[in-house]
Design a protein around this ligand. Sequence first.
Ligand code: NAP
Length: 308
Amino acid sequence: MRVLVAGATGVVGHPLVGALRARGHQVSALVREESRARAPEADAVVVADALDHEALSAAVSDVRPEVVVHQMSALRLLRDDPPGAFALTARLRTEGTANLVAAARAAGARRLVAQSIAFAAAPTGDPVLDEDAPLYVDAPDPGWASTVRAVAELESQVLSASPELSGLVLRYGTLYGPGTAYARTGGTAQRVLGGKFPLPEGGAGITSFLHVEDAVGAAVAAVESEAIGAFHITDDEPAPAADWLPHFADALGAPPPRTIPAAMAPRLLGWFMAHQLTTAAGASNARAGTELGWKPLRPSWRHGLGEE
Ligand SMILES: NC(=O)c1ccc[n+]([C@@H]2O[C@H](COP(=O)([O-])OP(=O)(O)OC[C@H]3O[C@@H](n4cnc5c(N)ncnc54)[C@H](OP(=O)(O)O)[C@@H]3O)[C@@H](O)[C@H]2O)c1
């Protein structure tokens, strides 16, 4: 199949181009002008900024993809400029997705696969939720509420693109592995190594992790499948912070995280991370198993988190 990967220089997008080619697909990589030198080896490289409607349409129509994959975010900027990273990522999820849907349609693509997140659900009290759980669009933190609203808009645009352009949303769990925040050189690992990532008392918030290799594998499965809808792409072991954080610190060779009163967590960790460690729900991957035929090759974060 002719496949276009948007976000082809990314943590997931870059290895995805190689994985799709290894399956025999003809893959075009969409990159920005300034990132051209980091483009993966591909059957074609096309250049456009996804926020530039005209340029994106021209680039997509040049390669006439049958399937378009959206792996774009600006989260690489998180370390240096968190508000900027979230604001630009929200624009990519809203305007960028609208531009990509329009470009895919105009180029005659029949399928669109897009990256989303598995940790945007409102905490309802159930420890692990499926894809029908409502999103946390009214989160008390305005920044997270606007992130979740952008996620909801991306999902709705992809899933209602048109009868001719079928949509599938990959709601990735918290990524770990090379290039992620949880890699040894990544932002979260560095905070744990520096003793700056305490465990709020109880540590009851649940995280569903996902190794980058499994994110790539699920995207390949989504490209090759006819399934539509949103799917949690997570490992098989949703874990409370009280389990994974001490394990992560130990695997990194960091000191055990100190325990702090839960009420101090938002100030020390920021609202989102405090929520993640104290109240967030995990995500069940059962639907991806039955409807997409995808299962993680790394079913538990216990074998790998903090090791690379
Ligand atoms: N589920 C999760 O935990 C999750 C989800 C997403 C991201 N993250 C974290 O975020 C980091 C990055 O992951 P990622 O794969 O989403 O992002 P990434 O590695 O930063 O890749 C994003 C891709 O989007 C492209 N892009 C950005 N702005 C663009 C624009 N205006 N037009 C076209 N392309 C554009 C980037 O291109 P350039 O190279 O040109 O910038 C890059 O190819 C990791 O640390 C990961 O842990 C985590």
